[in-house]
Design a protein around this ligand. Structure first.
Ligand code: NDP
Length: 491
């Protein structure tokens, strides 16, 4: 004991425990100055381009094609040719080989993809490295496994591919959303034209290199970049048999209107305003971690984010105190720093939307808390935010903010929690925190949400179907259910 005391006396104890910066090197990824479209296995020179930037500092990264209707038509024609020219009739076991190759290549090149995802999208590197990339590879592995077992998955229904799938994805999980869409489509024998989001095209373009390495036959996957007008051209393309869309409810409704009566298949994965419900018998510290993960993960740019927190009245004060204390330890900053918890907001437009909704919350009478944090001067940033004193009618409790903003509401009984949680036009996900299994089951049966997490939040797995009720869309992605939208059945 005496020895220890003596040693302690000699050591200089640092007074400042701030994390030293730990930036991931971006040298691993080579970004070209200019990208075209990946059509029929070749790079097609675009007629127009726009600049894609890094949201952390607005640094221009590359010139990227702005797809016109004619360019979309070329991509669809290439997909049709590849479909007719062998891909649709290839045995499932052969298709599986390509999917397994893609999965393994994604694993091999995961660091490169993670750096690029964080650079172009703004999400913390620890998330792209530990969540986006492993899950993207897992989706390809999982659907590779189904490719030669479709007859067993759907016995006596004679599953056949649908044809050419047009896929439109958002900017919050660029590579992961690509994997969610491309893997089941290919496993079922379809070919694909994919349009990445305008602000985050780079990992999809890097993925084209993986397709070449995997020696996927030309035209099976085609990628056309551009803005909403490119997406609209894909939706309107006559030779597309199915549209899979993930994005805002507004655009989803527009697409549904356009496709009405065409006979094309459609799946929509749209917005959400998830309820995260905390009962007084839960493990409080664990719940606080789950709440933080539920809303500040990926800066809250998550369709299933737990953006409405319902707390049982008896634990309201201790929970809010713990939550605010935890918020003050979140590190906001450079997405490429391995210590960063909350990265950059994806775009100027999204930042503006968050700011507008947060201002409406203050104006309507909610109480705002933001931990002290120094935000970088350049780029797009928003501090983690908690609103208390929120009424159900406030816009911050009704509308999808898609940012690091949490609204806290209270309840007394399970019935009241349920009533309030279901009081939303959306129905994508929900969370329940309690030690009672029976209560979890009671709540899960009654919550109108596609996914209900119990004592956890934002957990994803390729084997588990994901999708919404009401204005959160229809159709399921992931799991066995995720195959059906890409198949026709002789019944
Ligand atoms: P959008 O719905 O506009 O974007 C999703 C995808 O659709 C993008 O690739 C987009 O292209 C494309 N697109 C846009 N307009 C059309 C169209 N008319 N026809 C076909 N495709 C189209 O979402 P935003 O990026 O504008 O985000 C707005 C809000 O939507 C967010 O604040 C958030 O609330 C919600 N959102 C929800 C998501 C979810 O996962 N549920 C994901 C993204 C956003 P482009 O990128 O060029 O606009």
């Amino acid at each position: 004991m005496a020895e220890v005391d003596k040693t302690r006396g000699d050591v200089d104890v640092p007074g400042d425990w701030a994390y030293a910066s730990a930036p991931e090197s971006r040298d691993i990824v080579h970004i070209r100055d200019r990208y075209g479209y990946f059509v029929g296995g070749k790079w097609l020179e675009p007629s127009e381009t726009y600049e894609t930037i890094a949201p952390r500092d607005e640094e221009p990264l590359a010139a990227v094609g702005q797809g016109t209707a004619a360019e979309v038509r070329r991509a669809v024609a290439a997909a049709r040719e590849a479909y007719a020219d062998g891909w649709s009739s290839l045995p499932g076991s052969e298709r599986a080989k390509y999917l397994f190759r893609i999965a393994r290549l994604l694993q091999e090149r995961s660091r490169e993809f993670a750096v690029l995802e964080s650079l172009n999208g703004g999400k913390p590197i620890k998330e792209s490295r530990d969540v986006d990339l492993p899950l993207a590879a897992a989706h390809f592995f999982y659907y590779a496994g189904w490719a030669d077992k479709l007859e067993y998955a759907f016995p006596n229904r004679h599953p056949r591919p649908v044809g050419v799938a047009g896929q439109i994805i958002p900017w919050n999980f660029p590579l992961l959303m690509l994997a969610w869409k491309v893997a089941p489509a290919l496993a079922c024998g379809n070919t694909v034209v994919l349009k990445p989001a305008e602000t985050t095209p780079l990992t999809a373009l890097l993925f084209c290199e993986v397709l070449r390495q995997a020696e996927l036959p030309p035209g099976v996957v085609n990628i056309v970049t551009g803005d909403g007008s490119t997406g609209a051209a894909l939706v309107e393309s006559e030779d597309v048999d199915k549209i899979a869309f993930t994005g805002s409810t507004e655009v989803g409704k527009e697409i549904q209107r356009r496709l009405a009566g065409t006979g094309k298949k459609l799946t929509l994965e749209l917005g959400g305003k998830a309820a995260n419900i905390v009962f007084d018998d839960c493990a409080l510290d664990q719940a606080v971690e789950g709440i933080v993960n539920g809303i500040y993960f990926n800066q809250g740019h998550v369709c299933c984010a737990g953006s409405r927190l319902f707390v049982q009245e008896s634990i309201y004060e201790p929970l809010v105190a713990k939550l605010e204390r935890r918020l003050s330890t979140l590190r906001v900053g450079d997405p490429l720093d391995k210590n960063t918890d909350v990265g950059a907001i994806n775009s100027a437009a999204q930042l503006e939307r968050i700011e507008e909704l947060v201002a409406s919350g203050v104006e309507e009478g909610a109480e705002i808390y933001q931990p002290p944090c120094v935000l970088p001067e350049k780029g797009y940033w928003f501090a983690p935010t908690v609103f208390t004193n929120v009424a159900q009618s406030y816009r911050i409790a009704q509308e999808e903010i898609f940012g690091p903003v949490l609204s806290v509401l209270t309840f007394r009984t399970p019935e009241e929690a349920l009533e309030k949680a279901n009081n939303t036009p959306y129905g994508l996900s929900a969370g329940v925190w309690t030690e009672k299994g029976s209560r979890i089951l009671w709540m899960a049966q009654r919550l109108r949400a596609g996914v209900v997490w119990a004592n956890t939040f934002n957990r994803f797995d390729p084997t588990s179907p994901f999708g919404g009720y009401k204005e959160s869309g229809f159709g399921r992605e992931g799991g066995l259910h995720g195959l059906e939208p890409y198949l026709r059945f002789d019944e």
